[in-house]
Design a protein around this ligand. Structure first.
Ligand SMILES: CC(C)(COP(=O)(O)OP(=O)(O)OC[C@H]1O[C@@H](n2cnc3c(N)ncnc32)[C@H](O)[C@@H]1OP(=O)(O)O)[C@@H](O)C(=O)NCCC(=O)NCCS
Length: 159
């Protein structure tokens, strides 16, 4: 299977915060941002794998700043790491006040997607080749997170 670079599957996604996305404080519901994160990351993972993918897990998510009605939300997603049938995608979310022209880091998240093949079974994914120093740093950090994440999965899936 042909190796791929991070630049092959980068995703940038832009949304506007509408009244239907907000609570009584005129700031966005966390669940709306979570949904956008999942979509941006799924597009990125699917672009990399060129197969259907499912979200296996989302690591901790911390909302750093409120985001208000009328603001713009920019999401960037990239593949950090690949294992056998799974990929870790990192998403950075920034909110933009279009009137003041200011940008705020809103959230960052790491998601794991599993590619599915015949019969809906986990299926081999192309390896990622980190090229830049930043990509290499993210690759190494993701490798460490994977071990921690699988330990947590085993803990939560105990019957
Ligand atoms: C994700 C899923 C396909 C894994 O299936 P499984 O039979 O447990 O598969 P395996 O144990 O053989 O693991 C397959 C891969 O998934 C990874 N994986 C499984 N559970 C994981 C988790 N909670 N977090 C991160 N990776 C996980 C494994 O590490 C493995 O990756 P690797 O091959 O790269 O090492 C299955 O649990 C599933 O279908 N979950 C529901 C997904 C879904 O519907 N998501 C939408 C939201 S509900």
């Amino acid at each position: 299977m042909k190796e791929k670079e991070v630049s092959d599957s980068l995703v940038t996604m832009t949304e506007m915060v509408l009244p239907t996305h907000t609570n009584s404080l005129n700031s966005i519901f966390g669940g709306v941002i979570m949904s956008w994160i999942d979509i941006a990351a799924a597009i990125c993972a699917q672009r990399h794998c060129q197969k259907p993918v499912v979200t296996a897990s989302i690591d901790d998510l911390h909302f750093i700043q409120p985001v208000y009605k009328g603001w713009i939300v920019n999401l960037k997603a990239c593949v950090n790491f690949t294992a056998n049938t799974s990929v870790e995608v990192g998403v950075r979310v920034d909110a933009e006040n279009p009137i003041e022209g200011e940008t705020f880091h809103t959230a960052s998240a790491y998601l794991t997607f599993v590619a599915l093949g015949e019969g809906g079974k986990p299926s081999q994914v192309p390896s990622i080749v980190p090229v830049t120093d930043e990509e290499k740093r993210r690759f190494e950090a993701a490798q460490k997170r994977r071990q921690w994440r699988l330990e947590r999965r085993d803990y939560f899936s105990k019957k």
